[in-house]
Design a protein around this ligand. Sequence first.
Ligand code: VGL
Ligand code: ZN
Length: 205
Amino acid sequence: MRALILVDLQYDFCPGGALAVARGDETIAVANRVMPHFTTIVATQDRHPANHRSFAVNNPGTKEGDLIDLGGLRQVMWPAHCVQGTHGAELHAGLDRARINEIVQKGTDPSIDSYSGFFDNGHQKATGLHAWLTERWIKQVYVMGLATDYCVKFTALDARQLGFDVFLIEDGCRGVELKPGDSERAIAEMRGAGVAVVESGAIGA
Ligand code: VGL
Ligand code: ZN
């Protein structure tokens, strides 16, 4: 059994959003095109409280893009984004939401970030996604969304580590690119971990 994982297809990661990813909105059409090929579809949703420590504004003396130590983990300082209750945190309305079976929220603990859809960045708490997939006998996961170099990468790597066969739908992803080449390096890292890289047009029934 296979599942599609749509990572963080939210307004704040699309042009005009608080943590805008260049051409991030182009992933919506790809998602809508591949969804009919899946019966099990999960969307992850980055959903931070306003006081989240990954926001530069909540760490006096830092600016966006800085790296700090947060509870022993390296943490990028982000602009405030995907704040609970704001428009930017909503899944893009252009998505065919009726096909989504489950929404997994992450990043809700103010003290730790959660790039992966499975665990927080310290691998301390599970989101429930692993159990949800396991209950449905899912062995293969197809991953796409935003952003290639953060949440998509960490979700795909955790899925591999958990024993799933993982397929990255490359044309359904866009990256933050804090440093040029970050997305390319992320894809190389995923490949190195055994993730198969595919194009949306190659996905059949
Ligand atoms: C993401 C940075 C911070 C992502 C989420 O969805 O890739 N990146 N929060
Ligand atoms: Zn976030």
